[in-house]
Design a binder for this molecule. Structure first.
Ligand SMILES: Cc1cc2nc3c(=O)[nH]c(=O)nc-3n(C[C@H](O)[C@H](O)[C@H](O)COP(=O)(O)O)c2cc1C
Length: 188
């Protein structure tokens, strides 16, 4: 075997980086989250894995809601800020203009290119984290980030995290068509 074994921190990367919003004691709080994924298509559901020590967890349980806000790469500083200070000591909501959608428990960030409003449907208990699973109630965006009604990643310019390199990256170039690029390898 020519491969070398590397740190087990280097498992999945790069990761999309978002800002999760929730209400804690009626005040919007925001934290940076990179451990997130779609977990179900119909109804669409998102899972976010949060360490049990965070201030936000109690708010998600209390309100039964959270939001996933997708920042652009030029929001790198404010996203990082939401990931290095806790709402226990800092009012992070001062950094953003907050808006609400269908539910009153999921504060969302106006400055982010798009926002996903979720209703909490399940919590999976893990040794140090809680996996919060939310059903998507609605997704909001601004016209200027869309092409033919869907988010255009060149316009959104999402923020990517490489955990092992402790670095933020921006998206690279388009390299192929999804669910199509591999079809020519299908042998009859
Ligand atoms: C880029 C970045 C990504 C992060 N991703 C996660 C994550 O996926 N899960 C998690 O529990 N904490 C994550 N954190 C840490 C929390 O965002 C951080 O501890 C935050 O201060 C908690 O805020 P709160 O106490 O106000 O809830 C991340 C931090 C950064 C900087």
């Amino acid at each position: 075997m020519d491969k070398v074994e590397i740190s087990s921190e280097t498992i999945l990367y790069p990761m999309p980086c978002c800002i999760v919003g929730t209400l804690v004691d009626n005040r919007p709080n925001y934290l940076a989250v990179a451990w997130l994924t779609m977990v179900n298509p119909k109804p669409p559901c998102i899972g976010i894995a949060l360490n049990k020590v965070h201030y936000s967890n109690g708010g998600i349980r209390q309100s039964g809601s959270f939001s996933v806000n997708i920042p652009s790469a030029d929001m790198v500083e404010v996203t990082d800020y939401c990931g290095v200070v806790s709402g226990r000591r800092y009012d992070k909501s001062k950094e953003f203009e907050t808006f609400y959608g269908k539910s009153s428990g999921a504060p969302m960030i106006k400055e982010c290119p798009y926002n996903v409003e979720c209703r909490l449907i399940n919590v999976v208990d893990l040794p140090s984290n809680e996996l919060f699973i939310g059903e998507v109630l609605a997704v909001y965006s601004d016209e200027r980030y869309l092409t033919e009604g869907v988010p255009d990643m060149k316009k959104v310019n999402p923020l990517i995290l490489s955990m092992p390199e402790r670095s933020y990256l921006a998206l690279g170039r388009r390299v192929g068509s999804a669910w199509e690029a591999g079809r020519k390898l299908i042998r009859k």
